[in-house]
Design a protein around this ligand. Structure first.
Ligand code: TRP
Length: 333
């Protein structure tokens, strides 16, 4: 028997998914799908809010992201995977929610504030981008999601969703909308290869789930270690050393890892040896994912079929929710 709560989550298809997504959310979804009714949305409409000049990129990545989902073990018989733009009810619901939100409140949303800065939108913010939290409230409520697995950076968006839900239920004197709780990943965000920021495609510091063995090796070899560790015999730093940060996450041999750390700190352990050790661990993790992805990618029409099937299931639920919403809004003519 599955838990009654409904899990809704998703990703913007602005690129293929990487190791940071794997530890932060994908791995968790594979577990959650056995415990909950889980919906995973490919947020192409949201991806267009900051990629409106690159529609082909967004469209192409819908399949790439779906391949990543399936390759890591998100099972379409357990998880409903769907395409946001194919549920126009989400857009419709967004319009009604926009009445319940002020521009000032959106500008004060910490998630939006940071993202506006990151994209250099300060001078002129596209209205669609500014209001994406409202659209995200519609994503969540259209299936009445109650558990929303997200990264820490998305918490203000869930808070704003709940404000909208409460305002809607109060003004229209209804209880059709159900509040949602964020579910935080236990693993903190994975740092990028450069050690500067979190792993992200746009920063070019990522390891993608579909990377070949050669590319994986190159990326591991490019990892930041300790800029003062010039000769093998020199003592090296573990703190802030990306290779050790990754080993902390991926190496299950705790004893060996603490030995390696001690060896590195006292000197005599070279970066290449250390990186080769990490490469072996990551390659063991990624090889089955990479191979499954490659096989799945041979028949993209089959992937689209899976997405259309999931979308059709959500469509039924979305229509039902919209009927209730329209009734609450006295729009049931
Ligand atoms: N904003 C999320 C991100 O950038 C993606 C997303 C869109 C989402 N709609 C959602 C996540 C609904 C959780 C629930 O990663």
């Amino acid at each position: 028997m599955k838990n009654q709560e409904i899990v809704l989550t998703g990703d913007r298809p602005s690129g293929p998914l990487h190791l940071g997504h794997y530890v932060g959310s994908l791995k968790n979804r594979v577990i959650l799908q056995d415990q909950y009714t889980q919906y995973v949305m490919i947020a192409d409409v949201q991806a267009l809010t900051d990629n409106f000049e690159n529609p082909q990129k967004v469209s192409d990545n819908v399949i790439e992201v779906a391949l990543d989902y399936l390759a890591v073990g998100i099972d379409p018989t357990k998880t409903t995977i769907f395409i946001q733009s194919m549920i126009p009810e989400i857009a419709e619901l967004t319009i009604f929610y926009l009445n319940l939100v002020t521009v000032n409140r959106l500008m004060r949303n910490p998630t939006i504030k940071t993202e506006i800065k990151m994209r250099g939108f300060e001078e002129s913010i596209p209205a669609g981008f500014l209001m994406y939290p409202v659209s995200q409230a519609a994503d969540i409520t259209i299936v009445k999601g109650t558990i929303i697995p997200v990264g820490e950076d998305q918490i203000p968006v869930i808070e704003q969703t709940n404000e909208i839900i409460r305002t809607f239920n109060r003004i229209y004197q209804t209880n059709v909308l159900v509040e949602a709780k964020p579910m935080l990943s236990k693993v903190a965000r994975l740092v990028g290869l450069d050690g500067q920021d979190k792993m992200s495609k746009s920063l070019g510091n990522a390891i993608f789930l579909g990377d070949s063995e050669d590319v994986l090796k190159k990326r591991v070899m490019s990892m930041y270690t300790d800029s003062n560790h010039l000769r093998v015999q020199d003592p090296g730093k573990v703190e802030g050393n990306v290779v050790f940060t990754y080993l902390d996450v991926f190496d299950t041999n705790v004893e060996k890892l603490s030995e390696l750390k001690a060896h590195y700190q006292r000197g005599g352990l070279g970066d290449v040896v250390l990186k080769n050790y990490l490469f072996e661990i990551l390659n063991e993790l990624l090889t089955p994912i990479r191979e499954k992805r490659k096989i799945l990618a041979q028949d993209r029409s089959e992937i689209m079929k899976i997405l259309l099937k999931g979308t059709a299931q959500v469509k039924v639920i979305a229509e039902k929710t919209m009927n209730e919403v329209r009734t609450s809004l006295r729009l049931n003519y």
